[in-house]
Design a binder for this molecule. Structure first.
Ligand code: NAD
Ligand code: UDP
Length: 319
C-alpha cells in the first residue's frame, strides 16, 4: 500500500512512518513542522519507500501519486501553556488542523478511494464523569474553555469522519489515543513525560501541578503503534480506545521517575491553574481493542520509561 501520513515529523507520526515502511509499505509523509522536528524523519531520507511533502494540512492538499490509506495525525498535542509547542499557544492552528485539516485529508481519501484513519484523543472525553472511559461515553467538555481548541477540534474531526463514512461511504477508522510517551517526544513540549524526564536527568525537582492526585494511564509508543496498525487493517469503523489501562497518579509517577533516574532533588508543587480544565482522572476501558483487534499493551510503565531515558539523555547531552 501507499500511505499518506500527516504529522509525519512529529512524535507519533515518525514512529508510524517507521512501522509502515518496516512492513513494506510506501509512505508519503506530510508536515509543516509547527511542533514537529525534521530530525525525527532524517533517517528516512533516501529510503525509496519514503517521500515527504512540506505542507500545512489546513490548506488544500494535492497528493501527486495514488494513495491507499490516509492517516491524519497533524495537530499540536501538548496542553501545557508554558511550552511554545503547546496548543494553548497555537489555538487557531490547532482548530484548523483538526477541522480544515480533517476536511482536506478526508477529501484526499475520497478522491483516492482510500481508507482513512483519524488520530483522535482521550481529550474528547474532557474531564470525564465516567470512569474508566468506554467508547460509548460522550464526554464532559467545556466548549469554550482554553482546552476546547483541542478537544472540540477533535470532536468535530470525529463527527466529520463519521459524516464522510455515512455520506460518501469512506472506509474510516477512529483511534482515541491515551497519553503516549517514548523516544522522539519534543523535550520542550511541556507534557508530563518530557518535563519530568528533563528535570530528573538535569537533577532538578519535578514540577507537579496541583496536589498530584490527578491520574493518567501512560502508553509506551510501540504498543500504541501496534494498536493503530491493527486498527487500520481491521474492518472496524467505530472509535477504538488505544491505551494502557494501568492508572497512576501524577505524584506516584513523579516518584517513579525520580527513582528510575536516581534523582535526589524531589518534587515541587506548582499551581494547578497552569493547565485550566486539567482532567482529574483518565483511564481507558480497552475491552473493545482487546475484542476487535486482539490488542493489549505489553510494556509496563517502568520498562517504557527505562526505554525512553537514553533518548532524553542524548537530547540533553547528559550521561
Ligand atoms: P507532535 O506535536 O509530536 O506531532 C504533531 C505533528 O503534526 C508535528 O510534526 C507538527 O509539526 C504537525 N502539524 C501540526 N499542525 C500541522 C499542520 N497544520 N500541517 C501539517 N503538519 C502539522 O504530537 P504527537 O504527540 O505526535 O501527536 C500526534 C497526533 O496524535 C495528534 O493528532 C494528537 O492530537 C494525537 N494524540 C497524541 C497523543 C499523545 O499522547 N502523544 C494523545 C492523544 C492524541
Ligand atoms: N503535569 C505536571 N507537571 C508537569 C507537566 C504536567 O504535574 O510538569 C500534569 C498535568 O497537570 C496533568 C498530567 O501531568 O495532570 C498530564 O499532563 P500532560 O501535559 O502530559 O497531558 P494531558 O494528559 O493533561 O493531556
Amino acid at each position: 500500500m501507499r500511505i499518506l501520513i500527516t504529522g509525519a515529523a512529529g512524535f507519533l507520526g515518525s514512529h508510524l512512518c517507521d512501522k509502515f515502511i518496516a512492513e513494506g509499505h510506501a509512505v508519503i509523509g506530510m508536515d509543516n513542522f509547527v511542533t514537529g522536528n525534521p530530525q525525527n524523519i532524517a533517517h528516512l531520507a533516501g529510503n525509496p519507500l519514503f517521500s515527504f511533502i512540506r505542507h500545512d494540512v489546513s490548506n488544500f492538499i494535492f497528493v501527486p501519486r495514488p494513495v491507499d490509506a490516509v492517516l491524519h495525525f497533524a495537530s499540536p498535542a501538548s496542553p501545557n501553556s508554558a511550552s511554545p509547542y503547546g496548543y494553548l499557544n497555537l489555538p487557531i492552528q490547532t482548530m484548523k488542523a483538526g477541522a480544515l485539516g480533517t476536511h482536506n485529508t478526508l477529501g484526499v481519501a475520497r478522491a483516492h478511494k482510500a481508507r482513512f484513519l483519524l488520530a483522535s484523543t482521550s481529550e474528547i472525553y474532557g474531564d470525564p464523569q465516567e470512569h474508566p472511559q468506554t467508547e460509548s461515553y460522550w464526554g464532559h467538555v467545556n466548549p469554550i474553555g482554553p482546552r476546547s481548541v483541542y478537544d472540540e477540534a477533535k470532536r468535530f474531526a470525529e463527527a466529520l469522519t463519521m459524516a464522510y463514512h455515512r455520506t460518501h461511504g469512506i472506509d474510516t477508522r477512529i483511534v482515541r489515543i491515551f497519553n503516549t510517551y517514548g523516544p522522539r517526544m519534543h523535550i520542550d513540549d511541556g507534557r508530563v513525560v518530557p518535563n519530568f524526564l528533563k528535570q530528573a536527568l538535569c537533577g532538578e525537582a519535578l514540577t507537579v501541578y496541583g496536589d498530584g492526585t490527578q491520574t493518567r494511564s501512560f502508553t509506551y509508543v510501540d504498543d500504541l503503534i501496534d494498536g493503530i496498525y491493527r486498527l487500520l487493517f481491521s474492518a472496524y469503523t467505530e472509535p477504538v480506545n488505544i491505551g494502557n489501562d494501568t492508572e497512576t497518579s501524577i505524584l506516584e509517577f513523579a516518584e517513579t521517575i525520580n527513582r528510575l533516574t536516581d534523582n535526589r532533588s524531589g518534587i515541587t508543587f506548582q499551581p494547578a491553574k497552569r493547565i485550566e480544565g486539567d482532567p482529574q482522572r483518565r483511564r481507558p476501558d480497552i475491552t473493545r481493542a482487546c475484542e476487535v483487534l486482539n490488542w493489549s499493551p505489553s510494556t509496563t510503565l517502568e520498562n517504557g520509561i527505562i526505554k525512553t531515558i537514553p533518548y532524553f539523555k542524548e537530547k540533553l547531552g547528559v550521561s
